[in-house]
Write a protein that binds this ligand. Structure first.
Ligand SMILES: C[S@@+](CC[C@H](N)C(=O)[O-])C[C@H]1O[C@@H](n2cnc3c(N)ncnc32)[C@H](O)[C@@H]1O
Length: 242
C-alpha cells in the first residue's frame, strides 16, 4: 500500500468501507441531492425516489375509469394465486386491489400494508361494512412492512414501490417475509413509453426494476406486458438459501 501515499491509503480505506458496507447490507445505499419536482432528492441505484401519494388522493385510486384505463380487471384475474394463498398487498392504499384479491383467496388471507393510517382507516371501514374475514390491515413503517417471516406466498406492489423512501430495506424485509419459492409481483408504469401520461418519477423501466430486485436476492421469472400502461414483473425468492 505504500505506493498509494497517505491520501491514497485514506481514499482506498473509505472506498473499501463503502463497498463492504454495501455488500454487507448495512448501507450506505443512497445519495442525496437537490430534489427534482416530484422527488425527495434521494437516489437509489440511479433512480430518484418520488414523493408519497397522500391519502387525499384516495379518490384518484378509486376513480370509476381506472378499470378501463389500466385494465385492473386483467391484473386481478391474472395474479397467480390459489384459493388458500397467503398474499400481501404492499402500499395497499384504499385497498383497490386488496379486496378483489381477497375474494380470489377465500381459504387464505391478504395482509394489506400501508404507512398512512388514513389508508388503513378506509380499508377498516370496508372490512367492517362488508364483514370481510380474510383481510388484515398492517401499519408498516418506511423501511419495514412489519410482516411475519417466511409466511407469504405472494406479495404484490402496485404503483407504490417507486415511492418507498427505503427501497433497499423494504425489499430485504419483504424477501424475509416470503416463503422460499414465494413470489413478488411489481406493477409500475412503463418509463420506456412516453405516451403513458404519468410523471417521470412515478414510472419505472423494466431494467431498473430488475436491477433493484436482483440486488436483494430475488430471481426474475418474467415480465408481462398485457396491461396498457404498466409492466407486470414477477420475481421469485430462491427455494433454497444460497
Ligand atoms: C399511489 S398509491 C397506490 C395504492 C394501491 N397500490 C393502488 O394501486 O391503488 C401508493 C401507496 O403506497 C404507500 N406507501 C408509500 N411508501 C410505503 C412504504 N414504505 N410501505 C408501505 N406503503 C407505502 C402510500 O402510502 C400509498 O398509499
Amino acid at each position: 500500500m505504500k505506493f498509494l501515499g497517505p491520501v491514497g491509503c485514506l481514499a482506498f480505506a473509505l472506498y473499501a468501507g463503502i463497498v463492504f458496507a454495501q455488500e454487507s447490507g448495512s448501507g450506505p445505499f443512497y445519495t442525496t441531492g437537490v430534489p427534482s419536482r416530484d422527488g425527495i432528492g434521494k437516489v437509489y441505484m440511479g433512480r430518484e425516489i418520488s414523493h408519497v401519494m397522500g391519502h387525499l388522493g384516495a379518490s384518484w385510486l378509486e376513480r370509476p375509469k381506472r378499470e378501463q384505463e389500466e385494465r385492473t380487471d386483467l391484473f386481478i384475474s391474472g395474479l397467480p394465486v390459489k384459493e388458500d394463498s397467503v398474499v400481501a398487498d404492499i402500499g395497499a392504499g384504499t385497498g383497490y386491489f386488496t379486496f378483489p384479491i381477497a375474494q380470489r383467496v377465500p381459504l387464505g388471507e391478504v395482509y394489506a400494508v400501508d404507512i398512512q393510517p388514513e389508508m388503513l382507516g378506509f380499508m377498516a371501514t370496508r372490512i367492517a361494512q362488508d364483514n370481510i374475514l380474510n383481510v388484515q390491515t398492517v401499519l408498516g413503517s418506511k423501511d419495514n412492512p412489519n410482516l411475519p417471516a417466511a409466511a407469504i406466498d405472494l406479495a404484490f406492489i402496485v404503483d407504490a414501490y417507486h415511492e418507498f423512501a427505503f427501497p433497499r430495506e423494504m425489499g430485504q424485509s419483504l424477501v424475509e417475509s416470503l416463503k422460499p419459492g414465494g413470489n413478488l409481483v411489481l406493477v409500475e408504469y412503463r418509463a420506456e413509453d412516453p405516451r403513458v401520461p404519468i410523471k417521470r418519477l412515478h414510472k419505472m423501466s423494466e431494467a431498473q426494476v430488475k436491477k433493484e430486485m436482483t440486488a436483494i436476492g430475488l430471481e426474475w421469472v418474467r415480465t408481462d406486458d398485457y396491461l396498457p400502461q404498466q409492466h407486470v414483473l414477477i420475481f421469485q425468492k430462491p427455494k433454497e438459501s444460497p
